[in-house]
Design a protein around this ligand. Structure first.
Ligand SMILES: NC(=O)c1ccc[n+]([C@@H]2O[C@H](COP(=O)([O-])OP(=O)(O)OC[C@H]3O[C@@H](n4cnc5c(N)ncnc54)[C@H](OP(=O)(O)O)[C@@H]3O)[C@@H](O)[C@H]2O)c1
Length: 334
């Protein structure tokens, strides 16, 4: 909920504020830091070695030494499925780590920008969620990110909670790259006869997909056996709807919020419009010019340890452009 109190302009004179970024080596952090620098901000990049957010003494020490005006908190435990069996680690990083930062930011009068997720919502609605809508996470990851949101609101007056979704970017494993890798499977052996069956070497790509971050666990699978001369077949979940978001667009939205000193509170910084994972994949293959036999399927066909919201579309209030435009730019750059 926005508290409608306009943030005091941070850029009082000519110099830009100092921004400390947590999780700067992550997919978002690696795009965000240079974008902040291009805007003229001085940036302190931290990773788990230089600032382990679960270590409260380290958090206090680093923030009091660096004296940032703003902390953009990108560090997180992002493995949604693994969090189902390891709530304690997810809680330690997403909830306790965020609480450590929130307390230290409040003590040092630092503005805290916390990156949160659409998975705080249950997803049983039919219209885009507003920042003020009720949260009710379905899985441990969503719960721990929600606990982080609670800590930020409890300790900080100067905060922005930026909920994002279905994130992809050049610096991380993500759905776009997984789809392209799955579509690009090559037969293990060359077949002379058109009718010969060949095993496609999909083991590597499916394993990689399983190891990915927040939304990227397997929601699609290439056929393990396929005709060598036939295009790959790919089934992708069509009954989960959300908002694909490019890390560059999210970074630009964060910069906009800071530059315009928008009121402290909760924002939905996700791509505009919405689609299913199937619709997302279809657009990726169209833009990549890849000929894939793409088939829609249900969540039940790909059971995963963590439940996902069926409908986690968020109303972004115009903070990011339409997801298709962003994807086209990403595909042109990658
Ligand atoms: N990816 C998505 O689809 C998605 C969707 C919605 C919201 N989000 C949120 O967006 C933010 C950025 O996500 P992302 O995709 O960029 O995640 P990411 O690539 O997994 O990056 C997270 C970073 O946090 C670091 N980290 C983990 N534990 C830490 C600790 N104790 N102290 C300091 N750093 C630690 C990780 O380091 P190691 O790699 O060394 O562990 C990693 O560099 C997160 O808050 C995430 O919850 C992501």
């Amino acid at each position: 909920m926005n508290n409608n109190k306009k943030a005091k302009p941070l850029n009082i004179n000519t110099s830009k504020p100092l921004v400390l970024v947590t999780g700067a080596n992550g997919m978002l952090g690696q795009d965000l830091c240079p974008i902040l620098e291009d805007e003229g901000y001085e940036v302190v990049e931290t990773d788990i070695n230089t600032l382990d957010i679960t270590n409260s003494d380290m958090v206090k020490k680093v923030l009091s030494e660096e004296k940032p005006d703003i902390v953009v908190h990108c560090a997180a435990y992002t493995n949604v499925d693994k969090a189902e069996e390891d709530y304690d680690t997810a809680h330690k990083i997403n909830a306790v780590g965020t609480e450590n930062l929130a307390k230290a930011c409040a003590q040092n009068d630092i503005t805290l920008v916390y990156i949160s997720t659409d998975y705080v919502f249950q997803g049983n609605g039919a219209k885009p969620y507003k920042p003020t809508d009720e949260t009710s996470p379905l899985n441990n990851y969503g719960l721990t990110k929600y606990e982080g949101e609670q800590a930020v609101q409890k300790y900080c007056k100067k905060f922005y909670i930026c909920r994002t979704a279905w994130l992809y970017g050049i610096h991380g494993k993500n759905f776009v790259e997984t789809m392209i890798a799955l579509a690009d499977v090559k037969p293990e052996s060359t077949c002379s006869s058109k009718s010969s069956r060949a095993k496609y070497n999909t083991t590597a790509v499916t394993t990689e997909a399983k190891a990915q971050g927040e939304e990227q666990s397997v929601i699609a699978q290439a056929d393990k056996i396929a005709l060598a001369d036939v295009k790959p077949e790919l089934k992708v979940v069509d009954d989960q709807t959300g908002c694909p978001t490019w890390t560059v667009d999210l970074s630009n939205a964060i910069v906009k919020i800071l530059e315009e000193s928008m009121p402290y509170g909760i924002y939905h910084t996700c791509g505009g419009g919405s689609t299913s994972w199937y619709g997302f994949a279809k657009e990726i293959f169209k833009l990549a010019n890849l000929d894939v036999n793409l088939l829609p399927c249900t969540t039940e066909e790909f059971p995963r340890p963590a439940k996902r919201p069926k409908y986690s579309v968020m109303d972004n209030g115009g903070l990011c452009r339409h997801w298709q435009k962003a994807l086209a730019d990403y595909m042109a750059l990658r």
